[in-house]
Design a protein around this ligand. Structure first.
Ligand code: ADP
Length: 486
C-alpha cells in the first residue's frame, strides 16, 4: 500500500527522484534545522531569564513597601496618603494592579479601586500567608503574579515573624513577550535569507557535482547514436569511472556478439551457396550438351540430387541449432530409459556403419533412467556416434559406454578413427568448423553437428569433453545430471 503510494507520487512528480532534489533537501536540513533549534533554545532561555529578573525586581520593591506598610500600620488604617501614593506609583511603574490583603483575607487596598472590602482566598494568597514568596508567570496573557507576605517584624525574616497580610501584585510581562516577538521575527527573516542562499548554493553545487554524470550520459548517447566507437572515459569520480567501465565492457561484449553473428551469417550464406553453385554447374554443363548420352544425364542428376540433399541437411541442422538457441521453456523433460534410447540410436546407425565396415558396440554398466528431453538428447548422441562412424577407418570400431553414479550419467563414445589434432579441440564445437573441410564435405558433414550436440548437452546442464590421439582414435565423454535442474 505504502509502496504503491510512493511509486504513484514519484511518477507524478519525477523531480522527487532527482539527485538535485535530494542534495537540496539535505542542505536545507543541515542549514536551517540547527539554526531553528538554536533559535527556540535561545528564546526559551531569554524568556526564563527575563521573567526571573522581573520577578526578583518586583519582589524587592514590594518587600520595601511591605516594611512601609507595617511602619504606617496600613493594614489597620489604609488611609495613609504616602503609602497609597507609593502603591499607585508601583502599579503604574509595572503597568499592573496591586492588592493589599489583611489577616482576614480582606482586600484593604486595590490600585484599580474595584475590589476593596472583598475577600480573596486563592492558593497563592494562602501559601503567602504561610510565609512563602509566591510567583506565577502566565505567558499567554503576558503577566506575572507575585504574592509577598507582610511580616510583623521589620527584618523580613520569614522564619521568625508572623504573616499579618499579603501584597498581591499582577505586573505586565508585555515588554518580555514583545522582545521575544521581535527576536523571533528577525530570526525568521534570517532563516528565509539563509534558505534563499542555500537554494542558490545548492543549484550551483548540484550543477558542479552532477556535471560528470551528465558527461557520462552525453558520452553514452554519442556511442548509442553512432558518432563514435571509442571507449567512453569520464574519470572525474570513481563512481563515473565504474559506470563507464561497465558500459565499455557491455559495448565490447556486444561487438563480439555482433562479430560472431556477422560471421555466422556469412558462413551460412557461403555454406548454402556451395551446393547451389554445384547444382548450377552440373545443370549448365548438361544444357550445353543437348546430345549427351542418357548415362551422363543420370550421373549428373544423381550428383544434383546429392547436392540438394546436402542443402536440405544444412537447412535442417541450422533449424535445429536456432531452435536450441531459443529459451529453455521449450524443453520437453520426461524420465527416459537411457539404455533403450542409446540402443535405438545405434540400431538406426548400424546400416551406415556396416556400409563403412565399422563395428558398433554398446556396453552398459547399469540400467539408467534420467530426466531429459529425449528428442534433443537423441540428436546429440546421434551426431556423436555418426561422427565416430564417419571419421573412422576401414575395419574400425565404435564403442558406446553408458554408466551412472547417484547424480550423473556418463556416455563415452570412442572410436578407432582418424583422431583430432589437440589445437582443434576447442574449435570443433564452433558452428561450421571442420578440421578437414574437404574431407568433411566429402562424407556429407555440415560442420554444425557438434555445435548442436554441445548446445543440447548444455541445455541439460551437462558437459562434454574430448580426448584424441591423431591416427588412433577419439573419445567424447558426456556427463549429464540424472535429475533435470531448472
Ligand atoms: P561435421 O558435419 O563436419 O561432421 P561436426 O560439427 O559434427 O561437423 O564436427 C566438426 C569437425 O570435428 C568435423 O568436421 C571433424 O573434422 C571433427 N570431428 C568430429 N568428430 C570426430 C571424430 N569422432 N573423429 C575425428 N574427427 C571428428
Amino acid at each position: 500500500m505504502f509502496l504503491k503510494l510512493k511509486s504513484a507520487i514519484l511518477k507524478k512528480f519525477p523531480m522527487l527522484r532527482s539527485l538535485k532534489t535530494y542534495i537540496f533537501i539535505i542542505m536545507l536540513f543541515i542549514g536551517i534545522v540547527p539554526s531553528m533549534i538554536l533559535r527556540v533554545g535561545i528564546m526559551e532561555t531569554y524568556e526564563d531569564r527575563a521573567v526571573a529578573v522581573r520577578k526578583s525586581d518586583v519582589q524587592t520593591q514590594f518587600r520595601i513597601i511591605a516594611n512601609h506598610l507595617l511602619l504606617y500600620n496600613y493594614l489597620q488604617d489604609p488611609s495613609s496618603e504616602i503609602i497609597n501614593a507609593e502603591l499607585e506609583q508601583m502599579s503604574n511603574l509595572y503597568d499592573g494592579r496591586v492588592l493589599v490583603i489583611n489577616g482576614n483575607f480582606r482586600i484593604v487596598k486595590d490600585t484599580y479601586g474595584i475590589s476593596e472590602g472583598k475577600t480573596v482566598i486563592t492558593e497563592e494568597v494562602i501559601r503567602s500567608f504561610k510565609g512563602e514568596n509566591v510567583s506565577k508567570y502566565d505567558p499567554e496573557n503576558s503577566y506575572i503574579e507575585i504574592a509577598i507576605p507582610i511580616m510583623d517584624t521589620i527584618e523580613q525574616d520569614s522564619s521568625s515573624g508572623k504573616v499579618t497580610g499579603v501584597i498581591l501584585a499582577s505586573v505586565s510581562a508585555e515588554s518580555i513577550t514583545q522582545t521575544i516577538d521581535i527576536l523571533n521575527r528577525q530570526a525568521l527573516i534570517l532563516e528565509i535569507v539563509m534558505a534563499i542562499l542555500i537554494f542558490g548554493i545548492v543549484i550551483l553545487l548540484s550543477h558542479l557535482l552532477l556535471k560528470p554524470f551528465q558527461k557520462v550520459t552525453q558520452a553514452i548517447n554519442e556511442v548509442k547514436d553512432g558518432f563514435t566507437d571509442e571507449p567512453v572515459s569520464v574519470p572525474d569520480y570513481l563512481e563515473t569511472e565504474h559506470i563507464v567501465e561497465a558500459f565499455n565492457q557491455l559495448i565490447s561484449r556486444m561487438k563480439v556478439i555482433d562479430d560472431s553473428r556477422q560471421e555466422f551469417v556469412s558462413n551460412v550464406s557461403h555454406e548454402l551457396k556451395t551446393p547451389m553453385t554445384s547444382i548450377k554447374i552440373l545443370a549448365d554443363s548438361l544444357m550445353q550438351q543437348p546430345d549427351a548420352p542418357k548415362e551422363l544425364y543420370q550421373e549428373f542428376m544423381q550428383d544434383i540430387t546429392q547436392e540438394i540433399e546436402r542443402e536440405n541437411k544444412i537447412i535442417t541442422d541450422l533449424l535445429s541449432l536456432v531452435k536450441m538457441d531459443k529459451t529453455e521453456a521449450q524443453m520437453n523433460i520426461a524420465s527416459v530409459d537411457m539404455n533403450e534410447l542409446l540402443e535405438n540410436i545405434l540400431k538406426r546407425l548400424r546400416p551406415i556403419a556396416r556400409k563403412r565396415d565399422v563395428e558398433v558396440v554398446f556396453e552398459s554398466i547399469r540400467p539408467v533412467s534420467a530426466e531429459v528431453d529425449d528428442v534433443k538428447i537423441s540428436q546429440a548422441f546421434t551426431n556423436l556416434v555418426e561422427n565416430a562412424i564417419k571419421y573412422n577407418k576401414e575395419h574400425g570400431w565404435v564403442k558406446v559406454l553408458l554408466d551412472a553414479d547417484h547424480q550423473f550419467f556418463t556416455v563415452e563414445i570412442s572410436d578407432s578413427g582418424i583422431g583430432i589434432p589437440e589445437e582443434d579441440y576447442e574449435h570443433i564445437f564452433e558452428r561450421f568448423y571442420r578440421v578437414d573441410k574437404s574431407h568433411s564435405r566429402e562424407i556429407g558433414g555440415t560442420g554444425l553437428g557438434l555445435a548442436i550436440t554441445r548446445k543440447a548437452i548444455l541445455l541439460h546442464r551437462g558437459s562434454i569433453k574430448v580426448s584424441s590421439v591423431e591416427g588412433e582414435g577419439t573419445c567424447f565423454t558426456v556427463k549429464i545430471p540424472l535429475t533435470y535442474i531448472r
